[in-house]
Write a protein that binds this ligand. Structure first.
Ligand SMILES: *Cc1c(COP(=O)(O)O)cnc(C)c1O
Length: 411
């Protein structure tokens, strides 16, 4: 049985009739730039997140870029962001001419370490970009405290965390800006590129809206140098078909993650990150994982995880072998992310560059498993069984080799 890392058709084709109707609506409207479809999605996302403004944009990357531009960040400025994240977080910082300053990440929650941020702030720091990685909020209290104390802006890169919560509130509305992506592999996956910027600040919202269309207001009068960062009405219409199902999608991802954690944690050599359930404030530790061969992702009580990725850590240098073994059984996995950003060739100029050991380690051990909402029980069991087989067979010598636990029987 094949288990792809992500099956877009399973979700989208279930809504085929409604999606076609939305396409026809836009086709017949004749309006292909801005208008009520975009306004509608902006209003619905803002309401869902409890923020004043939603600003539809062309991608999650452009959302970050627009936020940085609206904050006036540019040459000579430093922006602190995690090194263990998708490229766009730091790429946008460099594109506005500012310098990305990379910090290390927590081995328990994968998010940037507050103590490292504190150590890295200088008078040149203009913003901090916490990334809510894999669907779980970063340690926002500590970051917001530091930002207030040093008068720097916070841009939440919530591309992977639409609807994830921190202390009971959706992420995105804590900082000056929150940025989201509707790239097909994100939890609200669109039909191409799309994104959204959110903010509670009326002035910043007005500036971001203006910058989204070349900084013009009114048309052909340019106060700022902006760009074309608009969200297409067609994309907004199609996303609006999926949005009412979002709560259900998230519920299924959570159930899948809980099932993996429940079943995988029964296997020998498997531990839960941070000892399970403990907070990892200011970095956490993996002490509780000593002796484990596979470490499962932790879910913190005060942070409603939305499981964009279910990312395990495979220790003992066995990550790539497990990936190959699962692939041979038709199970798709991915390494997010094999090279931390401070080790990327294009950022070689960001000097002096110290070692960021926790992120470097994560890049060697992380492996994300299929966790998309439409996974069947049989597919999840296939993944669990395959991991059990590999774990059961990898260390014991031929004469002591224990039979791999059968999926349904002994798990
Ligand atoms: C996907 C992603 C982005 C970029 O979003 P796009 O829509 O692909 O441009 C930015 N940051 C993070 C953390 C992401 O996962």
């Amino acid at each position: 049985m094949s288990v792809p890392l992500l099956d877009l058709n399973a979700q989208n084709l279930a809504l085929e009739d409604e999606l076609k109707a939305a396409f026809e609506r836009v086709l017949h409207s004749g309006q292909f730039i801005m208008g009520p479809e975009v306004d509608g999605l902006e209003t619905r996302i803002a309401a869902m997140l409890g923020v004043r403004h939603g600003i539809g944009v062309s991608s999650g990357t452009d959302a970050i870029l627009l936020a940085l531009m609206a904050l006036g960040i540019g040459p000579g400025d430093e922006v602190i962001c995690p090194t263990f994240t998708f490229f766009a977080t730091a790429g946008c910082v460099a594109r506005v001419g500012a310098t990305p300053v990379f910090v290390d990440s927590c081995p328990t929650c994968f998010n940037l370490r507050v103590d490292e941020v504190a150590r890295t702030i200088t008078p040149k720091t203009k913003a901090i970009i916490p990334v809510h990685l894999f669907g779980q909020a970063a340690e926002l209290d500590g970051i917001l405290d530091l930002a207030r104390a040093h008068d720097v802006a916070v841009i939440e890169d919530a591309a992977q965390s639409l609807g994830a919560e921190y202390n009971g509130r959706p992420v995105g509305g804590f900082g000056a800006f929150g940025t989201f992506s509707f790239f097909p592999s994100k939890n609200l996956g669109g039909f191409g590129d799309a994104g959204m910027v959110v903010t509670n600040d009326d002035e910043l919202a007005a500036k971001a809206r203006s910058l989204r269309t070349h900084g013009a207001k009114p048309k052909y009068y340019h106060k700022y140098i902006g760009g074309n960062f608009r969200l297409d009405p067609l994309q907004a219409a199609l996303l609006s078909v999926k949005l009412p199902h979002y709560r259900e999608y998230t519920g299924k991802r959570r159930a899948n993650a809980a099932y993996y954690t429940e079943e995988l944690s029964r296997l020998p050599g498997v531990a839960i990150a941070g000892g399970g359930g403990k907070s990892c404030q200011n970095g956490g530790s993996d002490e509780g994982d000593r002796g484990a061969r596979v470490v499962l992702p932790a879910m913190h009580g005060q942070r409603a995880h939305i499981w964009n990725q279910y990312t395990i850590q495979v220790l003992g240098g066995k990550r790539d072998a497990l990936k190959v073994a699962l692939n041979e059984k038709g199970i798709g996995t991915e390494v997010y992310y094999p090279v931390p950003l401070h080790r990327q060739e294009c950022f070689a100029y960001v000097q002096p560059r110290e070692s960021l050991p926790l992120a470097e380690r994560l890049s060697k051990v992380c492996l994300s498993l299929p966790v998309y909402p439409e996974l069947t029980v049989a597919q999840k069991d296939e993944v669990i069984g395959a991991i059990a087989t590999v774990l059961g067979g990898s260390e014991a010598g031929p004469e002591q080799r224990k039979p791999a636990p059968s999926v349904r029987g002994s798990l």
